[in-house]
Design a protein around this ligand. Structure first.
Ligand code: NAD
Ligand code: ZN
Length: 240
């Protein structure tokens, strides 16, 4: 049995046309103020700008499609489970829905999702499409408190403890398209490595993370399908 844990970041969706935050062409490069905006303080101080930013990101989701990296991970999950080869965990820091649209199931969205609204008053979550006005009423508690269901800077990532437990038990931990500098990426990779996992990174610009044993240097749309083929062919075919 081989327990697989994948952690994906903005880089896996870059080739679908969604800009990353850091790196070449990243959103931070375009506008440094964005970092302050996409924070708990930003939401409190200028909610309409924050809602508008995420409205635009949500609208952009309709213009893009999963790429071969998302598709390969969905196919791997289906076969890994069907053939009882071990456990399969997919965690993402992305708020897009490209993993789900490629067919992945039970995706852990560490940083929330663009396609849901969260009630700041009662914690209710509901699917959301289109624009999310400021002070929209929550259908559960009637408070005018719906906000984007994304984790802002200064807020706590979700599913942290469950994922730390899974990372500890991983046989192979694969980080794809993440600069690994944001919480919780670095900690999860470190935990996996400390517990004996083979740690792999897929990135066209290797991050130099100390706990990564193997770097697959190239775009996710090429490296991930290749890695998936190797994993399905049997551990002996994986090139490390
Ligand atoms: P990041 O923006 O910090 O880093 C992106 C990484 O992806 C970089 O290391 C870059 O070299 C790499 N990359 C670029 N093109 C790639 C490709 N074709 N294939 C593989 N890797 C590629 O992203 P992060 O580490 O995920 O952290 C930023 C935070 O912002 C996260 O929460 C992130 O998910 C979020 N974010 C999400 C989206 C989205 O939902 N699509 C978009 C932007 C930012
Ligand atoms: Zn509510």
């Amino acid at each position: 049995m081989t327990d697989l844990v994948f952690l994906t970041g903005a880089g896996i969706s870059a080739e679908s046309g969604l800009a990353t935050f850091r790196g070449e062409g990243g959103l931070w490069e375009e506008d440094e103020d964005l970092r302050a905006l996409c924070s708990a303080e930003g939401l409190a101080a200028q909610p309409s700008n924050v809602h508008a930013f995420y409205d635009a990101r949500r609208a952009q989701l309709r213009e893009v499609a999963p790429n071969p990296a998302h598709v390969a991970l969905a196919q791997l999950q289906e076969r890994w489970i069907r053939e009882a080869r071990g456990t399969f965990t997919l965690a993402t820091m992305n708020s897009d829905d490209l993993h789900e649209r490629a067919g992945s199931r039970d995706v852990h969205h560490l940083h929330g999702t663009l396609f849901a609204a969260l009630c700041a008053e009662c914690g209710n979550r509901l699917g959301w499409e289109g624009e999310l006005p400021v002070r929209e009423d929550c259908p559960a508690c009637d408070a005018p408190a719906l906000r984007p269901d994304v984790v802002l800077f200064g807020e706590t990532p979700r599913h942290r403890h469950a994922l730390e437990a899974l990372a500890t038990k991983a046989d192979i931990f694969i980080a794809i398209g993440t600069s690994a500098s944001v919480h919780p990426a670095a900690r999860l990779i470190g935990l996996a490595r400390a517990n004996g996992a083979v740690t792999i990174e897929v990135n066209p610009a290797p991050t130099g993370t100390a706990d990564i044993l193997h770097v697959l240097c190239g775009p996710a749309s090429e490296e991930v399908p290749r890695l998936v083929r190797d994993l399905l062919a049997g551990a002996h075919a994986v090139p490390f």
